[in-house]
Design a protein around this ligand. Structure first.
Ligand code: NIG
Ligand code: FE
Length: 423
């Protein structure tokens, strides 16, 4: 019998997502491995055991000085992996809301001094400390909502020193918050003012100066491109992503967000890790993503905010056999930090079942973020888990703004609060 540091007892249910292929596709997305009346044990930051509570005493022994966390009839799920954010930025863009309410498009708002370049001005002007403080506060709130890992993109500096600065600050933010951060280089988020009308010259700067430096200093795991008219074309995106791949980074693409861009097909052709947004993706795009095994990272709150239909095509993607993952897309454009709210939109607008949404927010989001160890609760895996005061896993996606009682990353509490059971 093995000694453990921490046990979580008295759980109505645990969903481990421990069995099945990674990533999950099709009907397998609805299998979340539910254990009724469960308990969980942690040793040295990793899951030691998870199973029916009646077997706990025979399975493990709590070491002297160990902790018992009372589950109080709640549920445990793997810590959420937020697979797509633009969380490092300064300022806000609340001033855009009246324009949005008046029906102005994303492109029109950008022309009127809003959009990405407005945030670039604020971010360039912010000190390191201000950026670390603001981003750490955001990640702390994400953790309080159940997120233990988050992908964060650069993209609001758009010059060599500034983009590298954003990526260099991320480890500090991760240490401060306890949240695992996966860094993505998104130098190709927009063409900066210095290169207005000379997008190709900026692409050359990315390829020749920024990417080699990002790779040499190991500042990012992924390279992403905003492939959209007015931003970067398919040939420009391809040039950047091929350069990134040759330097050992993996590819992601902001594809078919506002209009049909050809980004999804590019992602399939390059064997990208993920194609993201996909609000305008066609049946043909879905087939190509499925055939290439490229994950669709869907951002249902952005879909709600920026489209007339107000929904992300989650059901269509799952039915086409594409591995679906979820993220907040937290940015000054659609500022949401809570994965439970994202799950609720994936269920209500995206028409996923709560179980499918949970898969998309854990094991599949971990895969889309290159974190093969995260997103499941199985012996030997990092003890990243979230305890909700909810009576059943089916309540996730139903309670839009569900709040966890405790959130653990690698066996350490990164968020906790006193809450009674939801009734
Ligand atoms: O994913 N599409 C590009 N990037 C963000 C929005 C960025 C911004 O408007 O600041 C997105 O929606
Ligand atoms: Fe995005």
């Amino acid at each position: 019998m093995s000694g453990v540091d921490l046990v979580v007892t008295d759980l109505a249910e645990a969903a481990t997502l421990a069995r099945g292929p990674v990533p999950r596709t099709g009907p397998a997305m609805a299998e979340v491995d539910r254990i009724p009346r469960a308990a969980l044990a942690v040793a040295d930051g990793r899951v030691a055991w998870v199973g029916p509570e009646r077997r706990l005493r025979r399975a493990v022994r709590l070491r002297t000085g160990g902790t018992t966390v009372p589950g109080r009839g709640g549920i445990v799920v793997p810590g959420f992996v937020d697979a797509h954010t633009h969380a490092i930025f300064a300022g806000d863009r609340a001033f855009e809301l009246p324009l949005k309410a008046a029906g102005r498009s994303y492109a029109e708002i950008a022309r009127r001094g809003g959009g990405i370049l407005a945030t670039v001005r604020a971010t360039r002007a912010a000190s390191d400390d201000a950026l670390v403080r603001a981003t750490a506060e955001r990640l702390t709130r994400m953790a309080a909502a159940g997120t233990t890992s988050v992908e964060v993109k650069s993209g609001y500096a758009l010059d060599p020193t500034g983009e590298l600065r954003l990526l260099r600050l991320l480890p500090r933010i991760a240490r401060r918050t306890g949240v695992r951060v996966v860094p993505t280089f998104l130098g190709a988020h927009a063409v900066p003012p210095e290169f207005a009308g000379r997008a190709d010259a900026y692409v050359e700067q990315i390829v020749r100066r920024m990417l080699p430096e990002v790779a040499r200093r190991r500042l990012a795991r992924f390279c992403d491109v905003f492939c959209e008219p007015g931003y970067f074309t398919v040939p420009q995106a391809e040039r950047i992503l091929r350069a990134a791949l040759s330097l050992g980074l993996e590819a992601k693409v902001h594809a078919e967000e506002f209009v049909v861009s050809g980004g999804a097909r590019l992602a399939a052709r390059l064997g990208a890790r993920s194609a993201d947004h996909l609000l305008r993706a066609s049946a043909g795009d879905r087939r190509q993503l499925a055939a290439a095994g490229v994950s669709a990272v869907l951002l249902p709150v952005t879909a709600f905010a920026v489209t007339r239909e107000r929904r992300s095509p989650a059901r269509e993607m799952v039915d086409a056999g594409v591995p679906v993952a979820l993220g907040t897309d937290c940015s000054p454009n659609t500022w949401v930090e809570s994965m439970p709210i994202v799950l609720a939109h994936a269920v209500h607008g995206g028409r996923l079942s709560p179980a499918e949404a949970l898969t998309a927010a854990t094991v599949n989001a971990a895969h889309a973020s290159g974190l093969e160890e995260a997103g499941t609760l199985a012996p030997g895996r990092p003890a990243d888990f979230t305890l909700f005061p909810l009576g059943s896993v089916d309540q996730l996606g139903y309670r839009f703004d569900a709040i966890p009682t405790v959130v653990y990353r690698q066996g350490n509490a990164i968020s906790s609060r006193r809450l009674r059971q939801y009734v």
